[in-house]
Design a binder for this molecule. Structure first.
Ligand SMILES: [Zn+2]
Length: 418
């Protein structure tokens, strides 16, 4: 009789600096992983016989980055968008491109997008899915996170049809979605019929997080505060009922079912003090997408007002239809550039622990703690005079990425035991 022994891959990663995001930086320590989990961390952690030992010389080990807002299915649009004449024109172009996209073009775009994610250390995403045909491909990737199936439907009939398609996709794909949780979410207030919007906002729960674009552009502010302008015209020409002007886009959301508890509000580039109070009361997280913010030339992002109000902040790349890359290091660098008063540690928290908490995945990722997923990345120590957090922000890509206990990227030289 033959006995088959199934071994679990184990690794010991040694590093001169370990940022855990759950305490002080550990100097000359190690992280041990078993299977897809972190099992031990500290100084003096010893390798077992089974461990592959990797010395990350001149590197900082840190948790994989959480991209709290992406649209991986729009990656096929990279470099294909004409310079938009307005936000409404950009939306129009995306709608047209979406109509032409096929499962194969979307899957090809995803392949390139994944390489960008790995290069910048993204291991977890809050991904908006508009093209359902991406799901079988997306769910095979090592990424973990949430797939938010976007409901777009300016008429009630189209909204109901979108919900039916999303419901069927969730039923079909959830059994094979080991690392991603599937749920549906309204795309934006200007693209969803108010009856459908109200239903989706009220459906929000700890499992069904609402992740909605809100107050992204000056045109969106005009659309809701004046019931006029190019975005209002586009939305109503597509079937959205005419509506009366409100104080702001956020006020419109509140009017149609309230800002759901712990929702993700994507962008919020334009807010007033009443909005801030409502967002704070709802415990919502703002997801700032700096590259996309710059692309649309939005007003300076009100970061200090959000932080002063005590509102949680996370970061996202948005899509390659408005951002030049899916690079969370670039997003963090842009935050530092625009808000030099913020510490690198605060900015890194937005791209790790805050993102994980916003996606309700803090019990799975976002920090280096025993029991969490072995999603680990190494950044280079660029300047020994800088602290580890500042050094992370000096990297434009990361040389080493582990996802779920497996190495998915390694361009280090001279490492041992691989
Ligand atoms: Zn978006």
């Amino acid at each position: 009789m033959t006995t088959i022994i199934y071994t679990t891959p184990t690794m010991l990663l040694k590093s001169p600096q370990i940022i855990t995001m759950a305490g002080d930086v550990i100097l000359n320590g190690a992280v041990r992983t078993e299977g897809d989990q972190i099992v031990e961390i500290g100084v003096g952690v010893k390798a077992t016989k089974a461990d592959a030992t990797i010395k990350l010389e001149d590197c900082i080990l840190l948790p994989g980055l959480v991209n709290t807002h992406s649209h991986l299915d729009l990656s096929c649009l990279a470099g294909k968008m004409a310079p938009p004449t307005s936000f409404a024109d950009w939306v129009r172009q995306v709608i047209a491109a979406r109509t032409e996209a096929t499962d194969m073009t979307v899957a090809d775009g995803l392949r390139e997008a994944l390489q960008q994610c790995y290069r910048s250390g993204i291991t977890c995403v809050g991904d908006h899915v508009g093209h359902l045909g991406i799901l079988p491909f997306l769910l095979q990737t090592p990424l973990k996170g949430r797939a938010f199936l976007e409901i777009v439907g300016p008429t009630e009939e189209r909204g109901r049809a979108a919900i039916a398609r999303a419901t069927e996709a969730i039923r079909l794909y959830t059994p094979s979605a080991k690392r991603m949780r599937l749920s549906m979410t309204p795309h934006a207030a200007y693209s969803v019929h108010p009856i459908i919007l109200r239903e989706l906002l009220r459906k929000s729960s700890s499992d069904d997080i609402v992740s909605i674009h809100c107050a992204e552009s000056a045109e969106e502010w005009e659309c809701f505060s004046r019931a006029a302008g190019p975005l209002y015209d586009l939305a109503t020409s597509r079937g959205l009922p005419n509506f009366k002007s409100m104080r702001s886009p956020t006020a419109y959301l509140a009017q149609h079912g309230s800002i759901p508890n712990a929702a993700l509000l994507i962008h919020c580039n334009y807010v007033d003090n009443t909005d801030l109070a409502a967002i704070k009361a709802a415990g919502a997280t703002i997801v700032h997408c700096p590259q996309s913010h710059r692309f649309f030339g939005a007003a300076p992002f009100p970061m200090d007002r959000f932080l002063e109000t005590g509102i949680a902040m996370a970061l996202g790349t948005d899509s390659l239809a408005s951002a030049a890359s899916l690079n969370m290091l670039t997003e963090m660098q842009m935050v530092k550039e625009a808000h030099p008063e913020l510490s690198a540690q605060t900015i890194l928290a937005m791209a790790t622990t805050n993102g994980a908490a916003a996606l309700r995945m803090a019990d799975r990722c976002g920090a280096i703690v025993p029991g969490l997923a072995a999603d680990l990345i190494a950044a280079r120590i660029v300047d020994t005079a800088l602290d580890p957090y500042e050094n992370v922000l000096r990297n434009t890509e990361v040389p080493f990425v582990v996802m779920g206990g497996r190495i998915v990227r390694n361009v280090l030289k001279g490492e041992h035991g691989i």
